[in-house]
Design a protein around this ligand. Sequence first.
Ligand code: NAD
Length: 329
Amino acid sequence: MTISFFETKELGEEHLRKKLEKTSEKIFFSSEKIDAENLPKDNSAQIISIFVKSKITKEVLEHFPNLKYIATRSTGFDQIDTEECAKRNILVSNVPRYGANTVAEFTFALLLTLSRKIYQSYYRLKEEGIFSTEGLGGFDLNGKALGVVGSGNIGRYVIQMAKGFGMNIVAYDVKPDEEFASKMGFEYVALDKLLSVSDIITLHVPLFKSTHHLINMENISSIKRGAYLINTSRGAVVETEALVRALDEGILAGAGLDVLEEEVMMHGDFRKSESKIIQANKKLIEMDNVIVTPHNAFHTKEALIRILDTTVENITGFINGKPINLVEE
Ligand code: NAD
């Protein structure tokens, strides 16, 4: 078998090579992403492994005549045309559970940064040298209503943590888990209802056709005035123009965003981009009541090791004829 890894870092390469060298004849590593504009010269791989910056389209699949298996080292798999893979009998696995606590912890990092004005406090003291609380008043999480959109692995962790903060929870999910809801003491409601009662809305659904622009121009008017939005899922779950409007009009008081729509176009100097969405992203980044981070929620040393170990299990499972963690939309 030949395996080509893309978007790898040195430390990861060492770990993967050690664990996979017995199973494969050739292992290639590239720190580059792969998409239709960045196709590698060597196209002999039967297995490829990518992360979130790559885009596996029909053109990329055509480039690899021997490809049988794709192992993404992420939970989300929206960067892969899974319908085209199915037509070509190419299996796809993800890493479903490496970072539920990791991403949930980051969700609260974003929320607390907003609720307690941590960035402004830090900036005031470090950059301005002023030791004053003037204008730095925040709000408590205790007693606030948290709306969790998507109660899967990450959403559940968020719910457990929110309980610790004394928050009141409502959730929306296409597959509600009533047993978990009664154990944790929260209720599932329709999306519109969640938007209208939540002081804080946090998104934890995958990016599917059904969740693309789940928060949009039509339903932003349902949002409780002055609510906050946290998005650590995928940028395109929110219609960016609608988000900008909701912030401009004070429907939302603020937002914490680890992901942005079309963020893959932002790895170079995005500030000169003429794309309407990138311009809107730039506007979000510049807003004082918005904190944007560069898709960093997954990024802890513990989570990275779990990602690599599950990827090794995924690849060896496939090689041994017992594929695991296969994705379905
Ligand atoms: P999961 O599959 O465990 O949970 C997703 C939940 O969303 C499920 O309960 C599912 O029923 C629900 N859902 C699916 N379609 C829906 C719809 N149309 N409407 C309402 N609910 C729907 O996934 P997870 O591990 O909790 O991760 C969620 C997402 O978080 C991932 O798909 C990924 O995009 C994102 N993520 C981001 C980072 C990061 O670094 N920012 C890291 C890991 C995961």
